[in-house]
Design a binder for this molecule. Structure first.
Ligand SMILES: [Zn+2]
Length: 280
């Protein structure tokens, strides 16, 4: 079974790059001002999954700055997952800075079927992931419902790209160490955090942390798979494409080309995700 842990879908009105979204939301205008930026609806994603042999996709929302944008897009994501219950797993977005309203929204999304929170963007959303006052109540609800917390991440070095942001390994490490019981998925290989797991204390802090491979072809050489398997183990890696930015088969081809044992490949391609999501 192939599970893509990192995809994005948006309501059709966002696909048409509605001027209100461009004006109101920092993240949306950074990522999608260019008419070349790809935006997919649920139907686009399903047809792309069919073409690339993906059985199941986690549909992520995004770290919008306004609470209202989170609510509107959560509605669409929950509705899409309800329409394709065997293909799509919904994650919702919240703006933790609004306090109680974010918790109410999170509980609403859980009732609507959400299995996680993400893709969060604490840098553009303007809060500190390790701030116990802001994040404590969110983590409490996440733990109560066994939600997975998926955050964007990026490299502190290397080339710039739209939406790169500043959620670097040091930021993630403080977050994970503050909330060790929370199940966290760091997108885009955690901006290189797995490499620091060569330090024993970092390795033990990552007990409940996983890494997705979203956008690998834009960021790393394919042998990153072999190295992270060696450092952290194949059970920590989740296939993620960042569809529609990248088609899933570009990443699955990278995985096929790694020369990893079949068992490790199967874990990365879907086994780990099934286990984390409790999907049978
Ligand atoms: Zn991301």
């Amino acid at each position: 079974m192939i599970v893509d842990f990192h995809t994005h879908i948006f309501p059709p009105e966002m696909k048409n790059r509605h001027q209100d979204y461009l004006r109101d939301d920092v993240l949306f205008s950074e990522l999608y001002s260019s008419p070349k930026a790809k935006i997919a609806t649920a139907e686009d994603l399903i047809s792309s999954m069919d073409n690339s042999g993906v059985d199941l996709s986690v549909i992520l929302n995004a770290g919008w700055t306004s609470h209202e944008a989170c609510v509107r897009t959560n509605d669409y994501i929950l509705d899409a997952a309800a329409r394709y219950p065997k293909r799509l797993i919904p994650f919702c977005a919240i703006q933790p800075k609004v306090g109680e309203a974010a918790i109410v929204e999170l509980e609403r999304c859980v009732r609507g079927g959400a299995k996680g929170i993400g893709e969060m963007r604490s840098d553009t959303q303007g809060f500190d992931l390790a701030d116990k006052e802001v994040m404590g109540p969110v983590v409490e609800v996440a733990r109560k419902h066994s939600l997975i917390f998926l955050t964007h991440a990026s490299e502190p070095v290397g080339h710039q790209y739209p939406g790169k942001g500043k959620i670097t390994p040091d930021v993630l490490y403080r977050f994970i160490s503050t909330f060790p019981e929370l199940t966290v998925v760091c997108a885009h290989w955690g901006g290189g955090l797995p490499f620091y797991a060569l330090m024993p204390e970092v390795a033990s802090a990552l007990t409940n942390t996983f890494f997705d491979t979203a956008a690998t072809p834009f960021l790393y050489q394919p042998h990153i798979f072999k190295h992270v398997v060696e450092i952290l183990g194949a059970d920590k890696i989740l296939l993620g494409s960042d569809n529609p930015l990248i088609s899933p088969e570009r990443v699955t081809k990278q995985i096929e080309s790694t020369g990893l044992p079949a068992e490790a490949k199967a874990m990365i391609l879907g086994g780990n995700a099934q286990r984390l999501l409790g999907w049978s």
